[in-house]
Design a protein around this ligand. Structure first.
Ligand SMILES: [Cu+2]
Length: 339
């Protein structure tokens, strides 16, 4: 009998459950034996309470009343195809991994509601963009419940958000991460020069729901995704080849701004755009952290930046983490530049 990752089960034409060997208690990993489409008996580990769940993505809700912004998100279990034919039963915000980008203004008051649609596991929200007592502001929301929290967005930048429920590594590595941008009141000094803006996120994946693998091993996939700032923009999950299959587009001479974050959970990013130089870089997206003329920007796990560069000739410009073992695992995207 061979072992397969959980995700492969989703691709089986008629998986037949023969036997469930281990405990069926909520929260336990359950060993199941199935027959795959080649009529081979295989085994896989499935997080039992999530076995039958694949929740449709739910759009982010956001309303503004002056400087009060009301943001509602879900925590939910949604299948994502990480690579060709490889499905992953992701733990997500709103059915996306990374979750949808949240954009607020410096000085806003964020009224945040988390609707935990997961019937089995508590989840929470840790916004790196705010000051709060974590045991209160980032408290767990129980299964099938909602929790509301209020914060001030007092510092501008490109911040990670993630589920902070123990074990945090499991929740982040299973997909519960994303980016919140706090726009600076006075903008960036280069605002007038920018023609195109994209939100680009790096994350990595491990064996499905396997804390031991997440703790000790190299990632299985390292990927980039794009998150739409406005309707019609490219919006992808963090999947292998996402930004090769759906490239970004620009015109010759455009100054392109990336709002970048490396949500990890474990690896650093050495972000580099092939064939250009990063003219202006704002580390963590704070206007005071302005650097010039960089070839590569180091992003620690959770670290962000605003990077700006000009594409001077038509062609295909790839962006990577310059740790090329991670490029082999998927960490590459491209920009098609035309006249
Ligand atoms: Cu969680």
């Amino acid at each position: 009998m061979k072992k397969i990752k959980y995700g492969l089960l989703v691709g089986l034409s008629v998986p037949v459950l023969l036997l469930a060997a281990c405990g069926t208690q909520q929260g336990k990993i359950e060993e199941v034996h199935v027959v795959d489409k080649n009529n081979e008996s295989v085994s896989a580990q499935v997080f039992a309470p999530h076995e039958e769940i694949n929740q449709e993505p739910v759009p982010l809700e956001m309303d503004r009343d002056g400087t009060d912004v009301y943001v509602k998100m879900t925590s939910q279990i949604t299948d994502i195809e990480l690579d060709d034919g490889y499905m992953y039963k992701a733990w997500t915000f709103n059915g996306e991994a990374p979750g949808p980008v949240v954009v607020v203004n410096e000085g806003d008051t964020i009224h945040f509601t988390l609707d935990n649609m997961d019937p089995a596991v508590p989840h929470s929200m840790d916004f790196h963009a705010v000051h709060t007592a974590p045991d209160k502001g980032f408290a767990n929301v129980m299964p099938n419940e909602e929790g509301t929290f209020v914060y001030q967005a007092s510092s501008p930048g490109v911040f990670m958000y993630h589920c902070g429920t123990d074990p945090v590594l499991t929740h982040i590595a299973n997909g519960m991460h994303g980016v919140i941008i706090v726009k600076p009141t006075d903008g960036y000094p280069t605002d007038d020069e920018v023609d195109k803006e994209f939100v680009i996120i790096q994350n990595e994946w491990y064996k499905y729901n396997d804390l031991d693998d997440m703790t000790h091993n190299d990632p299985s996939q390292v990927v980039f995704s794009a998150k739409a700032l406005e309707k019609g923009q490219v919006n992808t999950n963090g999947t292998v080849g996402a930004l090769i299959d759906t490239p970004l587009e620009a015109k010759v001479g455009d100054k392109i701004r990336f709002y970048l974050n490396n949500v990890g959970p474990n690896e650093v990013s050495s972000f580099h755009v092939i064939g250009t130089i990063l003219e202006d870089v704002y580390i963590d997206g704070h206007p005071h952290n302005h650097l010039k003329g960089m070839q590569t920007v180091g992003l620690p796990a959770s670290g962000g930046a605003v990077v700006e560069f000009v594409v001077k000739e038509p062609g295909t410009y790839k962006f990577v983490t310059h740790q090329f073992d991670h490029v082999e695992k998927g960490a590459v995207g491209k920009i098609i530049v035309t006249e």
